[in-house]
Design a protein around this ligand. Structure first.
Ligand SMILES: Cc1ncc(COP(=O)(O)O)c(C=O)c1O
Length: 395
């Protein structure tokens, strides 16, 4: 099966309506294939509380949940006990931010998504992005020389510009100054392989729902010794071996000390099924398909809508999101009109990255983001409809 092919599209119920939506909001969330829906349904069909019950249904639920953990670990090339299930990327970053030792500052760029800025707020040394929107490695070097920094938090790719970072340089610098690196891979997990060893980072986060899996599950991966530095903040059932008379907890090992309460087994099973889909398609094929769509989008927009302004110039390595604005017309008006006129789903606004927009002096933008099921016919339809709408507005 190939990205963009009819057999692949047929596996997504949301695309089987007549007419199907033209879904170009994949940076926000993705549609789910039948295999993911089936995995969630199967898990819901026989419930049992994970790690709590010794009866057969409880045992089956625990096995399903731990099998999902093993699947994620296999995908990243790491041991299963280094995989912490969370609700989403935001919760994974919070888990680190709330429990990270107080002995040092945290550095992040203002180009980050709010989810990777606000949780660090109280000890954040914010870096301005470079004028082209990219992470400023020189500014990081200066900051590391000036201050004691214990953690550098950065995104693998921006949800506004799609641009990545010179990760090797950041990891090398941070490690030389004794800081760990947390990589927010929310925008790359569906587009690029996350080979943890090769990335060289210490902590990694992503969300199931942005990679064709269900909402309600995200992942925090960390090297064991780094996870062990994090104080569990959400504590309760499942996190402790024993509780003393004075309510002193004896922590379970990682990752279980971070997974308080009854977990979402069905969502974890759905995420495992989503990884099967991505690996079956192959990341080389996915990247080639999506790069071609983004290149087509850029060149057709440049030709057909010359008054449009891109947030950043086209980068062939970009992970997908393309943001732009049309002077004289609000992106919300445009997004609503695209949806009403042709069932085209795109995002408008600041995309939870207001400081980035401010740093680059961008107005609210319209964002188009592609996924494995999008086709070149859809891109053409989007550009045609946009051009027609602008004509209607006399622009
Ligand atoms: C780069 C980036 N980080 C974090 C998030 C937050 O993801 P979630 O809403 O799944 O927690 C997003 C969501 O758009 C994102 O694009």
């Amino acid at each position: 099966m190939k990205p963009g092919s009819e057999p692949l599209r047929a596996r997504f119920p949301a695309l089987r309506t007549s007419p199907p939506p033209i879904y170009l909001d994949n940076a926000a969330t993705t549609q789910k294939p039948d295999t993911v829906i089936e995995a969630v349904r199967e898990a819901l069909e026989s419930a049992g509380a994970v790690s709590r019950a010794v009866h057969p249904l409880g045992h089956a639920a625990t096995e399903r949940y731990e099998a999902a953990r093993e699947r994620v670990a296999e995908h990243l090339g790491v041991p299963p006990h280094e995989i912490v299930f969370t609700r989403n990327t935001t919760a994974a970053i919070h888990l680190v931010a709330c429990g990270w030792p107080a002995d040092g500052a945290v550095v992040a760029s203002r180009a980050e998504h709010h989810a990777n800025l606000l949780p660090w707020r109280e000890r954040l040394l914010p870096l301005a992005p470079r004028p082209d929107g990219r992470f400023d490695v020189d500014a990081l070097r200066e900051q590391l020389q000036r201050e004691r920094v214990s953690l550098v938090a950065l995104q693998h790719a921006s949800n506004v510009t799609g641009l990545g970072t010179d990760l090797d340089a950041v990891v090398d610098l941070a490690h030389r100054h004794g800081a760990v690196v947390l990589l927010d891979a929310a925008q790359t997990a569906a587009h690029r392989p996350l080979e943890v060893e090769r990335l060289g980072v210490d902590l990694l986060t992503f969300s199931g729902h942005k990679m064709y899996g269900p909402e309600g599950v995200g992942v925090l991966w960390g090297r064991t010794e780094v996870l062990e530095r994090i104080r569990p903040v959400q504590i309760g059932g499942g996190t402790v071996h024993a509780v003393s008379e004075t309510l002193e907890p004896a922590w379970r090992e990682v990752p279980w000390r971070f997974e308080a309460g009854t977990p979402d087994v069905a969502a974890a099973a759905g995420l495992a099924a989503a990884l099967d889909l991505l690996e079956d398609l192959g990341f080389d094929a996915i990247a080639a398909h999506e790069r071609a769509l983004v290149a087509q989008l850029h060149s057709q927009l440049e030709r057909r809508v010359p008054q449009l302004r891109f947030a950043v110039p086209h980068d062939p390595d970009s992970c997908g999101p393309v943001s732009f604005w049309v002077p004289g017309l609000s992106p919300h008006t445009l997004a609503k009109a695209l949806g009403d006129a042709a069932g085209i789903c795109v995002r408008s606004g600041y995309h939870c990255a207001e400081p980035l927009h401010r740093a680059l002096e961008l107005p609210p933008t319209l964002r188009v983001s592609v996924g494995v099921y999008n086709t070149s016919v859809e891109i053409e339809r989007f550009v045609d409809t946009l051009a027609e709408l602008l004509q209607l507005h006399g622009l």
